[in-house]
Design a protein around this ligand. Structure first.
Ligand code: DGY
Length: 421
């Protein structure tokens, strides 16, 4: 196990190594571009030692915002043949070559956190306020099913191959997908990545969107994949609450924000699966819940909804593996401890979960999760994700968001507990 000071130094070195000037790649090789929420986590890591660099990370991300308000999940600043699918496959229509889908909207919350630590940067936060509002409005216009926020591609949630998509994917026949060559499995062993079956469907959905010119009105009616998701709903609701705080500080109107908050508080109920006793996904096309307890289910406190509803599930799952929170309930038949979002622990999800737990007053659980993640990283390094049974590192290494959440949260030296701030 490396001591905390060594880990702090390594984490800073990883951020520096993955810095491409104004933006950070998640890790060299496997993900050689700017990813949306990876970047926002990176900003919080930079905030520990370089506030200016923290702000510029988010500013660069918003330079890729589309005219309709969408902020893409990948910005292809410089073409790299080591990643597939690249800009030619996506056919993005924004100011910077990009993908055509978005990612969990955590930026409003993180901008508020940055400003709390760095009040002198108010002009920079103000300049981001309208772009943030436009992005939230895009979600509320195109991705809003009764206040539950839907995705049109699994990659939007970040939880690429979680078992929640197994049902919706079984209903998709990936016709017309041309022969393709995966690059991810040249960087990471196949057992830790999604299966070919999933990739065929990922590419089918990219093709559908690209052929429509990423026409949200068209996709809303036609795509076979339209699933309401807890990561999207809970992070957008949380971020909207934080935008409201910013609006009040900046003397901006809050009526629209109040409306969105009320809608999403109601929409969160659509994700409550009473039969399974959990928040999960809701498949709009099939009209049913997906029935999986995932780490996204535990973002309920981060969103400020649900009260104590998920506490028993949390305690049950925390007791099943050495390291938690596993991305899929270990008691679920589809659980695989090494395969990406079908089981592994993700440190950045743990930071959001612990933040919510702490804010809701469940400070013992928040503290225990912080310490568990601290041990996980200091024993196993800055991997993309970890096997919950023994902490074995998996996926990409020298990973930006793992380094960032170490610095911003898990480290005993630099880390903060946002709920206590
Ligand atoms: C990938 O390429 O695996 C990414 O998760 C897509 O965002």
């Amino acid at each position: 196990m490396a001591d905390a000071t060594t880990c702090d130094r390594e984490a800073r070195a990883i951020l520096a190594k993955n810095d491409r000037g104004g933006y950070t790649v998640p890790t060299a090789g496997l993900y050689p571009y700017q990813w949306n929420w990876d970047s926002v986590f990176a900003a919080l890591g930079f905030a520990e030692h370089d506030m200016d660099r923290a702000w510029s990370e988010i500013e660069t991300l918003f330079r890729g915002q589309w005219p309709n308000g969408m902020v893409p999940h990948i910005l292809f600043h410089q073409v790299d043949p080591g990643y597939f699918p690249g800009p030619d496959v996506w056919g993005g229509v924004g100011p910077i070559p990009s993908s055509g889908i978005s990612q969990p909207p955590i930026a409003g919350t993180f901008v508020r956190w940055l400003l709390d630590r760095n009040p002198g940067a108010q002009p920079r936060a103000r300049a981001l306020f309208k772009p943030l509002m436009d992005w939230h409005r895009w979600f509320m216009t195109w991705r809003n099913e009764g206040g539950a926020i839907v995705v049109t591609h699994p990659w939007e949630t970040g939880r690429d191959n979680c078992p929640d998509w197994d049902g919706p994917f079984a209903a998709i026949e990936p016709e017309g997908v041309e022969q393709y060559y995966r690059r991810d499995t040249t960087h990471v062993v196949e057992e830790e990545r999604p299966r070919r079956y999933d990739y065929d469907r990922y590419l089918y959905l990219v093709k559908l969107g690209a052929e429509s010119g990423w026409d949200e009105a068209y996709l809303k009616d036609t795509t076979p994949f339209r699933v309401a998701d807890p990561t999207m709903t809970f992070t957008l609701l949380r971020s909207t609450r934080d935008l409201k705080v910013l609006a009040e500080r900046f003397g901006e109107p809050v009526d629209e924000l109040d409306r969105w908050i009320a809608e999403m508080e109601e929409g969160s109920e659509r994700l409550w699966n009473a039969e399974a006793g959990t928040y999960d996904c809701y498949d709009i096309r099939a009209g049913k819940h997906t029935g999986v307890v995932s780490n996204a289910s535990f973002l309920t406190w981060y969103a400020g909804v649900g009260g104590g509803r998920m506490l028993d599930q949390f305690d049950r799952i925390a007791g099943l593996t050495k390291y938690y929170v596993p991305s899929t309930d270990p008691a679920h038949p589809a659980y695989e401890p090494k395969r990406y979002w079908r089981g592994p622990v993700w440190a950045m999800m743990n930071m959001l979960i612990a933040t919510g737990l702490g804010e809701a007053g469940h400070t013992d659980r928040a503290q225990a999760l912080t310490e568990n993640t601290r041990a996980l990283i200091s024993k196993n390094g800055f991997a993309e994700y970890f096997d919950p049974t023994n902490g074995a590192p998996a996926g990409g290494r020298d990973f930006t968001w793992t380094a960032a959440v170490w610095l911003a949260w898990a480290s005993p030296n630099t880390g903060k507990t946002p709920w206590a701030a």
